[in-house]
Design a protein. Sequence first.
Length: 347
Amino acid sequence: MPHRDPHSLLGLAPGAGEREIKHAFRRLAMRWHPDRNADPTAIEHFKRLRAAYENLLAAQSPGGAPAAERHDEAAAAASPEPPGEAPPRGADRREDILLTVEEAFAGGEKAFTIADEIPCDACGGSGEEVLRHTRLCAACHGSGRVRDGRSLAACADCAGRGYLNRQACGACHGSGQARAARKLHVRIPAGVLDGDELRVAGAGEDCDRSGGEPGDLILRVVLAPHALYRLDGRDLILSRPVSAFRMLLGGELPIPLPDGVRHLKLESGRATTRELRVKGAGFPGRGKQRPGALIVRLVPVLPEAPDAEILALLERAENRLQNTLSRHLPDVASWEARWLPDIPETR
């Protein structure tokens, strides 16, 4: 192992007390105990951790504790809590999960990556690394003393020694922590909305007590903006351009939904902006919440740059309309009756 010093091995600063020593060992035992870690190197590393733990505890009092007693304490620290007691839990962790409207509509399984902080492998979580060769302390220039007002005091950087045998770990820059990606597969219920929360049991923070269970991961749903759909509660709203002639004629109209295409019946009517509303065809319900409505805003569109064939058809339709003006175009017939009869024709 790269660190033989018991303090470095347990990620402790020199002078750590008994409580800190026990806490550090419990935390590392949860990770390295052979019953919990299938890595072939785990058993040897756990033995080193236990030896470091026993040595540091023995140094806490003159003469130290008997070896058998220290061994029993180490075993108890690594073993689960007694049955019948509620095990301690780690803290819950909260994250946002970004979903498309399609994912939230249909539900399913989604991969989710969490950035975890774990003890740095290079320094064992201590944040320090042992120098191969000692060097003079830059703060006190090797004297071990620094001026404090009018007097001299022991240099805090080197503890008054005048030299350094450790430095901040280059891998973690002294933090003792490293970043690690943890990938989960989260079940998304159909019909989740912006702001809903999903709970993933046991995917939160680890418990730092022996036998403890990890907390939960709580994911807050964030729906990404969509180019077509808009949500009002569970009502799914979209706009669709439609030929003005189709709005006059009526017929079947294909409508895109997040899970496929649905054909709606369009009644013949005026070629003006109007809505189709289908109850229960919007966002799916969850629990006691009912599904929303599908609301389609129809926007009439006239043909652009019609060719000769289209123009001929339009001319025939217009001639037919002129012969039955009062029936099919009453507004035009009324206007012409009011303003055209008494006005002489000009050439």
